[in-house]
Design a protein around this ligand. Structure first.
Ligand code: DON
Length: 571
């Protein structure tokens, strides 16, 4: 079987001319398969694209650890998954080293120095969400490349080895999937509107499954990063190309903004749930804190006896979401700029008080909920990948351009899409962002500030060892998805497939509506309505979770979400 595959690769490589690096790794970018599940692996990667997972797994096989694989997978995603993989965005990494050390690396985009609180408010006083969501002004200073280099000290292989597969994919191309073709076709008009030069993603006759995407400008950018490291992106030619493009489109990112960008090491947000310790992202992500609040609100509620997707459990979890998200809007933002009452929002007394008005028979009104009253101090379009290696290192990474294909603006000459992350700020109190989220002072725009995120890369540990590694895209639905996936596993004993793939639901306080993914029974929908829940239009899909769980014998079971091309690879 293996021999046949090698032969096929050898034949095809002659035809298609893909490069030596991928050939050596046994990866054919013109013939690959989506694999949704793997059981019994020693090391594995789950990501949004089969080629990126294969690249990560090849690095693990070559002796790299989970950090090597996470870096190589992110770089490959920047090429094969322009929908959300990126050089021009930002992200978060949660890691646990085999010696038990836990880390959080924050490479979230920052507001440029010339940004200001009212930069998206027009002279008539209206907030301009087109400008905060599309084109040059919507871009924050990108953090991804700094993040890769901030996690590199924990890796083992040479950086060249980690970036070469991405360079090969960008230079020699790869076949796009049906989903990618659909995604690209959907943004063709935007690509015309928000670009000053014609990007390779624009194709007059439209994209179809199996088309080859080659990205020579992106390959050149990757080569500069290979040669000069972080400076290959934040200084010199790439930086100049970014600033030239941004200027052509009346944006405000400057050479100084780029040169000054630093990823930050933070203390992970940790909390216990029963006998487990959950390690997740602190501010500027709301994710870890929201997950903490929600898990604590249900810890004593015996969800297990209510059952998966029972009326009682869906209703309880919806009420929990409502309360946590009301706190998000009021209290959460970049803690380097705003005093976020992280500890106060999770004390047992506060959690108890928040659930006091919970009524198991009916919907609470969001107008009556509002953010919690703090008690006096006691003491004081995104993508996720999960990696675990055989040494016991675990990495969860969520990175994003914000919207799918970010700002829709490609940096001319550098070949990558720039993010539209400025929209994750509260551009004005009362004006919802693209995920309908509201905010105020805590998340107002300030120069150098990071916009509040919902990304929640998470590692659940048992007896100090990684037990579950997970995360997902999905804007404000992210913490709610993690909440459900974890409860599905820990309380409802679902298989990892079902925990990830069964329909999800979402409530974020305001708008006061419950969003269901398609697949809930008519009966439960009727019952929820009669309890007073406003049901929003059903969504076809919520999120794309990548999850690894360690089995009792130490082997891994790995699942990639059914909702996309998401795929697993390992050995
Ligand atoms: O940081 C955040 O919360 C958002 N920018 C994430 C965007 C996202 O998940 C897009 N995916 N659907």
């Amino acid at each position: 079987m293996k021999k046949q595959l090698v032969l096929l690769v050898a034949i095809l490589s002659g035809v298609t001319g893909f490069g030596q690096v991928l050939q050596n790794a046994g990866i054919n970018p013109f013939a690959y398969k989506i694999e949704k599940k793997l059981t019994g692996a020693k090391g594995a990667v789950a990501s949004a694209h089969p080629l990126a997972s294969l690249v990560g797994a090849a690095i693990l096989k070559q002796g790299g650890n989970a950090f090597d694989a996470a870096i190589a997978t992110q770089l490959a995603l920047a090429v094969v998954y322009p929908y959300a993989g990126n050089l021009g965005g930002g992200g978060f990494l949660i890691g646990q080293l085999s010696n038990g050390k836990q880390l959080a690396i924050d490479y979230r985009e920052k507001a440029p120095a010339a940004a200001h609180r009212d930069m998206f408010i027009e002279s008539d006083g209206k907030a301009n969400t087109e400008k905060s969501q599309y084109g040059h002004l919507s871009a924050g200073v990108p953090g991804t490349v700094a993040g890769l280099f901030a996690s590199y000290p924990y890796a083992k292989l040479s950086f060249d080895k980690l970036i070469d597969p991405a360079i090969d994919l960008a230079t020699n191309g790869f076949c796009i999937t049906a989903l990618e073709a659909r995604g690209l076709n959907a943004i063709q008009a935007d690509l015309k509107k928000y670009n000053t030069q014609t990007p390779v993603l624009l194709k007059e006759q439209g994209w179809k499954e199996g088309d080859t995407l080659r990205q020579p400008q992106l390959a050149a950018t990757l080569n500069r990063i290979k040669e000069k490291g972080k400076a290959g992106f934040y200084e010199g030619e790439t930086a100049q190309l970014i600033v030239d493009e941004i200027k052509r489109g009346n944006g405000i990112i400057s050479l100084e903004d780029l040169k000054n960008y630093e990823a930050v090491s933070r203390t992970p947000h940790r909390f216990t749930y029963k006998d487990l310790v959950i390690v997740s992202m602190p501010m500027p992500s709301s994710g870890g804190l929201l997950l903490n609040q929600m898990m604590k609100m249900v810890e004593d509620k015996n969800l297990r006896s209510m059952g998966f997707h029972s009326l009682a459990s869906v209703q309880l979890m919806t009420e929990v979401m409502r309360r946590a998200y009301a706190d998000r809007a009021e209290f959460m933002g970049d803690a380097d700029f705003y005093l976020v009452p992280t500890r106060e929002l999770v004390t047992p007394d506060y959690i108890k008080m928040r659930m006091k008005d919970y009524d198991p028979g009916k919907a609470t009104d969001s107008k009556q909920v509002g953010p919690g009253k703090l008690l006096p101090k006691e003491s004081e379009e995104t993508t996720h990948l999960s990696v675990l290696d055989q040494e016991g290192n675990a990495v969860a990474v969520t990175t994003t351009l914000n919207n799918s294909y970010g700002s829709r603006t490609v940096i001319g000459g550098a070949g990558f899409i720039i993010n539209d992350q400025m929209d994750d700020f509260s551009i004005r109190p009362g004006v919802p962002n693209m995920y309908g989220a509201l905010g105020g002072e805590a998340n107002a725009i300030q120069p150098g500030k990071r916009m509040l995120s919902s990304m929640t890369p998470t590692i659940v540990t048992k007896n100090g060892k990684p037990y579950i590694v997970l995360g997902t895209p999905g804007g404000t639905t992210i913490p709610n998805q993690l909440f459900q996936t974890l409860i599905n596993l820990l309380e409802f004993d679902l298989s990892i497939e079902d925990a990830v793939n069964k329909p999800k639901f979402h409530h974020q306080w305001l708008p006061d509506e419950l969003v269901l993914e398609k697949g809930f029974s008519e009966e439960i929908k009727m019952s929820l309505k009669s309890m007073g829940y406003q049901l929003a239009r059903e969504r076809n899909s919520i999120g794309r979770t990548e999850l690894i769980r360690v089995l009792p014998d130490g082997k891994l079971e790995v699942i990639a979400d059914r909702r996309g091309d998401d795929s697993v690879a390992g050995f």
